[in-house]
Ligand binder design. Structure first.
Ligand SMILES: Cc1cc2nc3c(=O)[nH]c(=O)nc-3n(C[C@H](O)[C@H](O)[C@H](O)COP(=O)(O)OP(=O)(O)OC[C@H]3O[C@@H](n4cnc5c(N)ncnc54)[C@H](O)[C@@H]3O)c2cc1C
Length: 389
């Protein structure tokens, strides 16, 4: 088989890139290791930056997001059970949209199917070849047979454990990493959210976040040791701990019940540099990971897609390779800004093991500054809603 751009990974970044390129008349094949149902069962991100929503519109898949998504014009931060609000709309005239990654992915799969796009599922053994030549190719195994795809470019959209990043020689790649000494215990529950906007809580017992996916589905998290056995966290144990960390009025309003999903996720920041090698481009989680505190993971994947889409269309339409040559530098500039914001927000909101009184006083001071300074709230809003592309 031959295609112009071979896309490895059928998560949000691979599908969005494929959808945009297809609409621009550029041919793609998407290789996804898992089944479509498996990909759609993964519960992940849920807060879309305004730029991400713009990209969904550009890809022609924003109708359901606009109809069913929840626009949020601000967010609450809480310190020791007392909250204050940051009003994005009043400060910078922008908002975010709460719409689950699962739904974005479903909309993308439906659109690819409608357009007759090629997405090959349930495969194994993806290998990238001759990336530093003008004629790269990708091989994979399906139903015991090895297949080959010749292409002009390879887009590595295969998440943090895929083969694309590993295809870059070790002496070319620089990796930056910070592992945080705690995880997030997250639950999903078919219960009305405790607040119509998100609540980020800094509490002596640890961080908590009240989020949501819809008016009837809540997504809640608490900071917890990453190696805690999950069976220690019965539903009752979770609700008790979550309630303790919320602002008092929210704790009183919290509706509890059975959870439908429960898991503990580790937190880390990671960046691979460069994001381009030869004819390979890394996109999304294949190149970088952020702790979920700033809600940036999916949004960063989408901004990478923006830069790569612009670069590839300039190449095919105008014969202009400037975007291709500078993809890594351009994408990394925005990535590092989100890495910085997510690191800062994580550091400010969590209890660290061995945290000393000095560290605590700095956290308190950061949050006081955020509560009282319009300038600090404006900077927070710009970063939370997402920097322009
Ligand atoms: C448990 C979890 C919770 C998260 N929660 C949040 C959150 O609350 N907020 C937030 O902003 N972000 C969150 N994120 C991050 C966000 O979900 C990711 O940033 C986003 O999924 C990145 O999209 P992607 O397409 O780059 O990668 P992925 O979504 O990881 O997609 C990569 C795809 O590549 C496929 N693949 C992997 N290896 C191969 C292979 N060898 N061959 C073919 N295909 C392959 C995978 O099956 C997958 O479908 C979370 C991530 C995880 C893992």
């Amino acid at each position: 088989m031959r295609t112009q751009v071979c896309i490895i990974g059928g998560g949000p970044s691979g599908l969005l890139l494929s959808q945009l390129l297809d609409r621009a008349g550029i041919d793609t094949v998407v290789l996804e290791r898992r089944s479509r149902d498996y990909v759609l069962s993964r519960i992940r991100a849920g807060v879309l930056e305004s730029g991400t929503v713009g990209m969904l519109e550009k890809a022609g898949i924003a109708t359901r997001a606009h109809a069913e998504g929840l626009p949020h014009t601000g967010t609450y931060l809480a310190v020791q059970n007392t909250g204050f609000r940051i009003d994005f709309d009043a400060l910078i005239g922008k908002q975010v949209l709460v719409y689950g990654q699962t739904e974005v992915t479903r909309d993308l799969y439906d659109a690819r199917e409608k357009a007759g796009g090629i997405v090959i599922h349930d495969l194994d053994g993806v290998e990238l070849h001759d990336l530093d030549t003008d004629a790269p190719h990708v091989t994979y195994v399906k139903d015991g047979t090895t297949h080959r795809i010749d292409c002009d470019y390879v887009a590595g959209c295969d998440g943090s454990h895929g083969p694309s990043r590993q295809a870059i020689p070790k002496d070319v790649l620089t990796e930056f990493e910070r592992v945080y000494p705690f995880g997030w215990l997250g639950v999903m529950a078919d219960l009305p959210p405790v607040s119509h906007e998100l609540i980020y809580a800094n509490h002596p017992r640890g961080f908590a976040l009240a989020s949501m996916r819809s008016p009837t589905r809540s997504r809640y998290y608490i900071q917890a040791p990453v190696d805690d056995p999950l069976d220690k966290w019965t539903d009752d144990a979770f609700w008790d701990e979550f309630r303790r960390r919320l602002p008092h009025d929210s704790a009183e309003a919290l509706i509890t019940g059975p959870t439908i999903e429960k898991s503990i996720a580790p937190l880390r920041s990671y960046v691979a540099d460069p994001m381009k090698w030869g004819r390979l481009f890394l996109v999304g989680d294949a190149a970088h990971i952020v702790p979920p505190t700033g809600a940036k993971g999916l949004n960063l994947a989408v901004s990478d897609v923006h830069y790569l889409f612009e670069a590839l269309t300039s190449h095919y339409r105008d014969g202009d390779d400037h975007g291709i040559e500078t993809y890594s530098q351009t994408a990394l500039k925005r990535v590092w800004n989100a890495i910085r914001f997510s690191w800062w927000f994580t550091t400010t909101m969590h209890r660290f093991p061995g945290q000393e009184s000095f560290d605590q006083a700095i956290q308190d001071s950061e949050l006081r500054n955020l509560q009282t300074s319009v300038n600090a709230q404006t900077v927070f809003s710009e970063n939370y809603v997402g920097m322009p592309y």
